[in-house]
Design a protein around this ligand. Structure first.
Ligand code: M6R
Length: 367
């Protein structure tokens, strides 16, 4: 049942190229310059009238929503808010019939996310569910459903469901952009072409898992570590940190790289591992300055970046992990794979139950 892998999590990490392909399949035209999403079930007029988007979810699905916000705001230029489902109702969110509420849930059964869906509908919003389970409660109650085709996810730590959610958000963003005219056809074609290379690029990362394993064994000796990044790298840092805590029980925090010096820098001392995500060209220089701030306090820094910046970064960090080149908008679908492997191997090195971490359940049906 584990297909020759030692754990479901490792199997599911390796299923990501397939999950990406399956989630994309049939959702673009033959010319590769248009996204087709009839399941969205929204008229052109409804899409043009959307004034704001609220993405509501828990845990890893929430983290996928952080990337989703980045994608939708860049592609469609509509304001997007991210909410943790258990907080959403109690903050009296401003929801109108022109709000698109997107609930994200792998299982489709998370109680808080289901309650958020009902809150959105009670206020007249169209609620779109991004879920991996077609017959789930959330899928049944939502106004429309964008299914991720990751296949069943057994390990408590979510991997392929998260990355399939990233693919779904990208398709959604492109589709909304087409209807609202915020991206040209060649621009859409360029992004779709880059998306189609992602599965092979994930394979490239998977082929380097031994290097990640060696690094994971090193960090397994530490009690605390930090993930830093800017923009979409910060969103991925949050997912990397959650994954590591969840299965290795090593304490970690994800910080917006520029925010460290407003308090957290005090925690950096000799030898503390810092994982810097540095894939975003537009803020690379700024991220490098932040890397220098932690290096100056003795941190041991691993940078995750593209080939073209590796040599530059090597001047300021201790180690570099290279991910294949893609568009800035799509890097999360690659960089996160290295962080999933890192969490996996750290948990393994510490002898924990990778697939069933303590205190956690796969599906959380209490509020
Ligand atoms: O099924 P859901 O996507 O609604 O689950 C939400 C979270 O409970 C889930 O993502 C959790 O954070 C994962 N175990 C993290 O790996």
């Amino acid at each position: 049942e584990k297909g020759g892998y030692e754990h479901f999590m490792l199997k599911e990490i390796h299923e990501q190229p397939k999950a990406y392909r399956d989630t994309m399949r049939g959702r673009m035209n033959a010319e590769g310059n248009k996204v087709i999403l009839p399941e969205l079930n929204l008229t052109e007029e409804q899409i043009k009238n959307i004034r704001n988007v609220q993405i509501v979810a828990c845990g890893t699905a929430y983290n996928a929503g952080l990337v989703g916000r980045n994608l939708i705001e860049s592609l469609v230029r509509i304001p997007v808010e991210n909410d943790i489902a258990s907080e959403y109702r109690y903050r009296s969110p401003i929801v109108t019939p022109e709000t698109l509420v997107i609930v994200v849930s792998q299982s489709g059964e998370t109680a808080d996310t289901l309650a958020a869906l009902r809150e959105g509908q009670a206020n007249g919003a169209h609620v779109l569910a991004i879920t991996n389970v077609v017959g789930s409660s959330i899928a049944r109650e939502a106004n429309s459903v964008l299914v991720t085709l990751a296949g069943p996810e057994i390990a408590v730590a979510s991997t392929k469901a998260y990355t399939s959610q990233l693919i779904a958000f990208t398709l959604l963003g492109l589709y909304l952009a087409e209807v609202r005219g915020t991206q040209s056809e060649p621009e859409v074609a360029k992004i779709l072409a880059a998306m189609q290379s992602l599965p092979e690029q994930v394979e490239v990362i998977l082929a380097q898992k031994e290097a990640i394993k060696t690094y994971a064994e090193q960090i397994a000796k530490h009690e605390h570590l930090f993930f830093i990044g800017r923009g979409v790298d910060y969103a991925v840092a949050q997912e990397g940190s959650l994954k590591l805590k969840e299965i290795s029980y090593i304490h970690s925090e994800a910080y917006a790289a520029g925010e460290l010096k407003h308090g957290t820098l005090a925690l950096i001392e000799e030898g503390v591992p810092v994982i810097a995500l540095a894939t975003q060209e537009s803020v690379l220089e700024k991220t490098v300055s932040n890397i220098k701030e932690v290096k100056a306090r003795g941190a041991h820094v691993l940078a995750i970046t593209h080939e073209e910046h590796a040599n530059d970064l090597l001047r300021s960090v201790d180690q570099v992990f290279v991910i294949p080149q893609t568009l800035p908008l799509l890097t999360s679908a690659l960089s996160v794979v290295s962080l999933q492997l890192l969490a996996y191997y750290a948990s393994l090195a510490l002898g924990h139950d990778v697939d069933k971490p303590r205190n956690l359940a796969k599906s959380v049906t209490v509020e």
